[in-house]
Design a protein around this ligand. Structure first.
Ligand code: ADE
Length: 295
C-alpha cells in the first residue's frame, strides 16, 4: 500500500518507523512518504493559514496551498468548477452527519488514491472503515491544523472525481490531524494481509465483523496472582465451555458498557445460547435487532 501524508509537522511521523509498522515498511508492504505542506507555499513566511471569512477566532488553512500540494500528489491540473457555495449548500452539508459523503471503496477504483482528512466535525471512523480502507492501494492523508481547513478543499476534489473521506476519531478536539492520522493508519494497516505476525488475533477482536461485541476478558499465567484467580472454566480444557463462557462474558461486558452495539446485532446470527444470555440481561431477541426491555 502506498501512503502519502501531508502535514506541517512531517517529523511527527518519524515514530512510524518503529514496531510492526516499521517492519511493514522494511518488508515493502508499506511505502510511506511524508510531505511538508509548507513546501508548496510561495511567501517568505511559508504561511498555510489565514483568518476565517466572516470573523471569529483562530486561523483556517488556505485552499491555495493545499490545492497546489494535492494537485501535485494526485497529478491533477487546476480547474475552475461551477460551485455556488450558497447558504442552501452549506446547510445541506451540516445536516449530513452520517457517512453519506464518505463513499464505499467498492464503488471506487482501488488503484486511485483515496484522499482522507481527519476532522472533528466528520463522521466517526470505525472498524468498518478501517477494514474497507485496508484493501486500498493508495491512501493520501491531509493533516489539518488550527481551526481546520477551508471547506472548499474536500468539495473541490470530490467534484474532480477523487474519493475524498473525512473522519473524526472521537468526540474530542485535538490540536491537529497528526494524531488522528496515526490512529487511522494503525487501525487500517494492521488489517492488511501479512502485517500481523498472527492474523488469528484479529478475528476475535472487539468491533470486528458484523456482529461486533466488546471482547471477553483475557488472562495469562500464573493462574493465581496476588491471591486473584482466573475463572475455573478457562483451565478446564473443555474448549466448547471456554468458548461459551467467553461469548457470554463478551455479551455481558457489551451490555454493560456499550448497549448500542447490542442493539445493532443481527438477531439471525445469534444462536440459542446467545439469545438466552441476552434475554437474561433484559433484551428482547426477536425481529431484526435485539431491543432492551423497559427502555
Ligand atoms: N482533528 C482535531 N480533532 C480531531 C478528531 N477528534 N478527529 C479527527 N481529526 C481531528
Amino acid at each position: 500500500m502506498k501512503i502519502d501524508i501531508v502535514s506541517v509537522f512531517p517529523e511527527y511521523f518519524e515514530a512510524l518507523n518503529v514496531g510492526l509498522f516499521g517492519k511493514a515498511i522494511e518488508h515493502g508492504l508499506l511505502d510511506v512518504k511524508t510531505h511538508d505542506l509548507r513546501d508548496w507555499t510561495h511567501d517568505v513566511h511559508h504561511s498555510v493559514d489565514d483568518t476565517p471569512v466572516g470573523g471569529g477566532a483562530g486561523m483556517v488553512m488556505k485552499p491555495e496551498v493545499w490545492a497546489e500540494c494535492l494537485d501535485d500528489l494526485l497529478e491533477l491540473e487546476p480547474v475552475e468548477i461551477a460551485d455556488t457555495n450558497d447558504v442552501a449548500d452549506s446547510s445541506k452539508q451540516s445536516e449530513s452527519d452520517d457517512d453519506s459523503e464518505n463513499p464505499d471503496l467498492s464503488e471506487a477504483n482501488p488503484a486511485k488514491p483515496i484522499l482522507i482528512f481527519p476532522n472533528p466535525s466528520a463522521p466517526l471512523f470505525t472498524q468498518r472503515d478501517a477494514t474497507e480502507l485496508s484493501r486500498a492501494d493508495h491512501l493520501l492523508f491531509g493533516c489539518g491544523r488550527y481551526e481546520g481547513y477551508d471547506a472548499r478543499i474536500p468539495r473541490y476534489y470530490r467534484a474532480q472525481g477523487v474519493d475524498v473521506r473525512e473522519y473524526s476519531i472521537g468526540d474530542y478536539v485535538l490540536n491537529g490531524g497528526e494524531v488522528a492520522v496515526s490512529v487511522m493508519l494503525e487501525a487500517i494497516t494492521r488489517l492488511m494481509p501479512g502485517f500481523m505476525g498472527n492474523p488469528d488475533s484479529i478475528v476475535e477482536e472487539s468491533y470486528t465483523g458484523q456482529n461486533a461485541l466488546l471482547e471477553h476478558y483475557q488472562y495469562t499465567k500464573p493462574a493465581i496472582w496476588r491471591g486473584m484467580g482466573v475463572p475455573d472454566v478457562l483451565t478446564s480444557g473443555d474448549h466448547g465451555n471456554v468458548n461459551r463462557f467467553r461469548r457470554d462474558e463478551a455479551i455481558a461486558h457489551t451490555d454493560r458498557l456499550r448497549p448500542d452495539l447490542i442493539a445493532q446485532l443481527d438477531c439471525k446470527s445469534l444462536d440459542k445460547a446467545d439469545r438466552k444470555t441476552l434475554m437474561s440481561l433484559g433484551w428482547e431477541v426477536s425481529g431484526s435487532h435485539p431491543r432492551k426491555l423497559n427502555d
